[in-house]
Design a protein around this ligand. Sequence first.
Ligand code: NAD
Length: 256
Amino acid sequence: MTGLKGECAFLTGGAHGIGRAIAARLAREGAAIALFDRDAKAGEEAAAELSSRGGRALAFAGDVAEADALRRAAAEAEKRLGPISILVNNAGICRVAPFLETSLGDFRETFRVNVEGMFLACRAVVPLMVERRKGSVINMASWNGKSGRPFFAAYSASKFAVIGLTQALAAEVAPFGVRVNAISPGIVVSTEMRREIEEAHRRLGLPATAERQKAIPLGRCAEPEDIAGVALFLASPAADYITGEAISVTGGLWMD
Ligand SMILES: NC(=O)c1ccc[n+]([C@@H]2O[C@H](COP(=O)([O-])OP(=O)(O)OC[C@H]3O[C@@H](n4cnc5c(N)ncnc54)[C@H](O)[C@@H]3O)[C@@H](O)[C@H]2O)c1
């Protein structure tokens, strides 16, 4: 497939899990890929894997909450891969804990990565898109960004903020031909974050993923590839008239 041939996608948190699956899906459609992740080794491996399949991919090591690192990576990606037309803000962390045991440090760290990181990546890349009157920004939210649940106070608050940022930015840059949308996944397995959540659920005596799966109307949890398909849609011209949305991808667990 070559639906995204000539496009360049910049992904944060693209070395593992959902981000890595999105990178692979966009690369399969012909997009050049810039991966920005704090895990340098995994980022290099992911980029090498994409290149070995005939794609063009580069890895940049850095923290999403560091503005200079993001700006440098975006400039280098444009120089070597071409103008960035797709930004996937996927990097995120989740600390599961009872509210009364959630420290201010944990709360701030969750916002630093999930919200400040997204803000800074948008500050680094969106001006380039506005200048060229072309771009699709895809922000990773969560169903926790649509409904709060016990033990997810910091995470849930951060994902509500992600959706707020998505809507405000979408309205502001729409006149410049730049679309901004969010994806709100439900329970996505086969990722490091899910393993951590599973462990926290066990510690807190909450139901295991296998048990919770029974409440999902489509009968199974999501795999990262389920989210990648929606990201591809939002990145593509098929979504040219969609902006400011937060699309739930939960197998029916959350409907709005
Ligand atoms: N797994 C789920 O069930 C689920 C559900 C809803 C939403 N999400 C969201 O999807 C996104 C990806 O989640 P995942 O399950 O693939 O998690 P993951 O932990 O497998 O992957 C997260 C990636 O982000 C990177 N990262 C984390 N902090 C970073 C930082 N400060 N700077 C740069 N890179 C950083 C990690 O190195 C990793 O590559 C997150 O935003 C998460 O909140 C996940």
